[in-house]
Design a protein around this ligand. Structure first.
Ligand SMILES: CC(C)(COP(=O)(O)OP(=O)(O)OC[C@H]1O[C@@H](n2cnc3c(N)ncnc32)[C@H](O)[C@@H]1OP(=O)(O)O)[C@@H](O)C(=O)NCCC(=O)NCCS
Length: 150
């Protein structure tokens, strides 16, 4: 098992981030390069990558502050400022080493440093590994996203 570290994403990492996003994030969340660039520019401070000792990008995670939530909604959530975990993936060959946990913790630490007190995310129900990771870090289920098809 190789050495890796978490660091902030840089512009030159974005093409590798896109490859990971295309390969591993669910289809309805799958971003284009333009999406990734927009997400990066909006959240330079909260966009992390995991890098091995040879400079290979093994995973990434990013989040942003959700602005414009009505006051009554914030009150019902008992929230002042809300962060959203946007995208996250770890290369299949490098999973189960703690990289996903470390990436998500970095996003949460950054939210905390920014004064965000409540964090949301959406996850497809088939992504059981991700759901376990989120639950292990203390996320609670607040909603179910349901589908009907004829
Ligand atoms: C979700 C995802 C990012 C997790 O990445 P990861 O790097 O494997 O996450 P971790 O290594 O921190 O945790 C995964 C498991 O490995 C275990 N683990 C962590 N470090 C370990 C170590 N050193 N040795 C053995 N096991 C370890 C964890 O306990 C956890 O076990 P569990 O699944 O039984 O609870 C990854 O599975 C992924 O990219 N999935 C597809 C995309 C996706 O679902 N994205 C999020 C929703 S959009």
């Amino acid at each position: 098992m190789g050495q890796w570290k978490i660091r902030k994403c840089r512009t030159e990492d974005l093409s590798k981030v896109l490859l990971l996003a295309e390969e591993y994030t669910s289809f309805d969340a799958m971003p284009t390069m333009a999406d990734i660039e927009t997400i990066y520019e909006r959240n330079i401070d909260n966009f992390f990558v995991a890098e091995d000792d040879r400079g290979k990008i093994l995973g990434f995670a990013t989040g942003y502050e959700k602005k414009g939530i009505p006051q009554e909604v914030l009150m019902s959530w008992k929230a002042k400022r809300v962060g959203y975990v946007d995208l996250m993936a770890v290369d299949l060959q490098h999973r189960k080493q703690g990289i996903g946990t470390a990436l998500l913790k970095s996003v949460l630490d950054e939210f905390k440093a920014q004064g965000i007190d409540t964090v949301h995310l959406d996850v497809p129900s088939e992504e059981q590994e991700a759901i376990r990771l989120y639950q292990r870090l203390g996320f609670k289920t607040r909603a179910y996203s349901m589908v009907w098809q004829f």
